[in-house]
Design a protein around this ligand. Structure first.
Ligand code: CAA
Ligand code: NAP
Length: 249
C-alpha cells in the first residue's frame, strides 16, 4: 500500500499514540493532534522508543472543539506534509456523574469534545478525500455508547452519536472511494480508565469475560486494517473490541 498521510486526533493519548505508532510502522506519515500544550514531549519519547522519528511522524496542535482552529490546523498539515488520506477521530474525555448530579458544563463539554469534534475534523478533510477518490475515516466510539453506562449519560450519548454519524456518512461517500467505520473499545489500559475510582474499576474488570483490560495496541491493530486497501468494502460498520464485555448481533 502507498504511503499515506494520517491524522489522528488525541494522538498523544493512550490509544491515540498506539494508533500513531502502528500506522507509522505500516509506512504512513502520521500527524498526531493534541489539545494541551506540553503533552508533545511524552509522545515524541514514545515514538523515539519505537524507532520512529520526524520522517514518520509530526505533531499538530488544535482544540477539536473549535471548528475554525481545526480548519487552520488541517490547512497547515496539508501545506507542510500533504493531503490527509486517513483520519482517526480519537480525541475524547470523560466527565462522569450520575445524571441527577450532572451539570450542564459536564454535559456540553463531553458532547463537544467527543461528538461535535468528529464533525469539526471530518468536515475539513472529507472533500479532499472524495476528490482524490480514496479515504479512510475511523471513529473511536465505545462499548458504553453501544450499551449505555451508569454515570455516563453524557459520554454514552456522545459515543452513540458517533455510531449514527458513521453510518450516515458512510452511505454518502462510499462511491467516492472513502470508507467510514467505527471501533468500540471496551475498557482499555489508559489514563482514562486509571481515573475511575479504584473500587468501581475493580468491579468493572470483574465483569469482563477476558478477565483483564484491553491494551491500546489491540485497538491500533484494527485501525491499521480498517485504514488499509484490504478493507475497501467495509463501511458503516462498528467493530467491538471489548474482551466479551458486551455482545450483540
Ligand atoms: N448500577 C446500578 N447502581 C449502581 C452502579 C451500577 N453500575 N454503580 C453504582 N450504583 C449505585 C451505588 O450502589 C449507589 O447506590 P446507593 O445510593 O443506594 O448506595 C449509587 O448508585 C451511587 O453510586 P456511587 O457511589 O458510585 O455514586 P458516586 O456519585 O460516588 O459515583 C460515578 C458516580 C462517578 C459515576 C461512579 O459510579 C463511577 O465512576 N462509575 C463508573 C463509570 C464508568 O464506567 N466510567 C468509565 C470511564 S472510562 C471510559 O469511559 C472508557 C470507555 O469508553 C470504556
Ligand atoms: P486519553 O489517554 O485520555 O487520550 C485522550 C486524548 O484526547 C488525549 O490525548 C487528549 O489530548 C485528547 N483530547 C481531549 N480533549 C481534546 C481537545 N479538546 N482537543 C484535542 N485533543 C483532545 O484516553 P484514551 O483512553 O486513549 O482515549 C482515546 C479515545 O478512546 C477517546 O475517544 C475515548 O473516549 C475512547 N475510548 C477509550 C476507552 C478506554 O477504556 N480507555 C474505551 C473506549 C473508548 P490532550 O491531553 O493533549 O488534550
Amino acid at each position: 500500500m502507498d504511503k499515506k498521510i494520517a491524522l489522528v486526533t488525541g494522538g498523544v493519548g493512550g490509544i491515540g499514540s498506539a494508533i500513531c505508532k502502528r500506522l507509522a510502522q505500516q509506512g504512513h506519515f502520521v500527524v498526531a493532534n493534541y489539545g494541551i500544550p506540553g503533552t508533545e514531549t511524552r509522545y515524541l519519547e514514545k515514538m523515539a522508543a519505537a524507532g520512529l522519528n520526524g520522517h514518520s511522524t509530526a505533531l499538530a496542535f488544535g482544540d477539536v472543539t473549535d471548528y475554525d482552529a481545526i480548519g487552520e490546523m488541517v490547512q497547515g498539515i496539508e501545506k507542510t506534509h500533504g493531503p490527509v488520506d486517513i483520519l482517526v477521530n480519537c480525541a475524547g474525555i470523560t466527565r462522569d456523574a450520575t445524571f441527577r448530579k450532572m451539570t450542564p458544563e459536564q454535559w456540553h463539554l463531553v458532547i463537544e469534545t467527543n461528538l461535535t469534534s468528529v464533525f469539526n475534523v471530518t468536515r475539513h478533510v472529507i472533500d479532499g478525500m472524495c476528490e482524490r477518490g480514496w479515504g479512510r475515516v475511523v471513529n473511536i466510539s465505545s462499548v458504553n455508547g453501544v450499551r449505555g453506562q451508569f454515570g455516563q449519560t453524557n459520554y454514552s450519548a456522545a459515543k452513540a452519536g458517533i455510531l449514527g454519524f458513521t453510518k450516515a456518512l458512510a452511505q454518502e461517500v462510499i462511491r467516492k472511494g472513502v470508507t467510514v467505520n467505527a471501533i468500540s473499545p471496551g475498557y482499555v489500559e489508559t489514563e482514562m480508565v486509571a481515573a475511575i475510582r479504584d473500587d468501581v474499576r475493580q468491579q468493572i474488570v470483574a465483569q469482563i469475560p477476558a478477565g483483564r483490560l484491553g491494551l491500546p495496541e489491540e485497538i491500533a491493530e484494527s485501525v491499521a486494517y480498517l485504514t488499509s486497501d484490504k478493507s475497501a468494502y467495509i463501511t458503516g460498520t462498528n467493530l467491538s473490541i471489548n474482551g466479551g464485555l458486551h455482545m450483540y448481533a
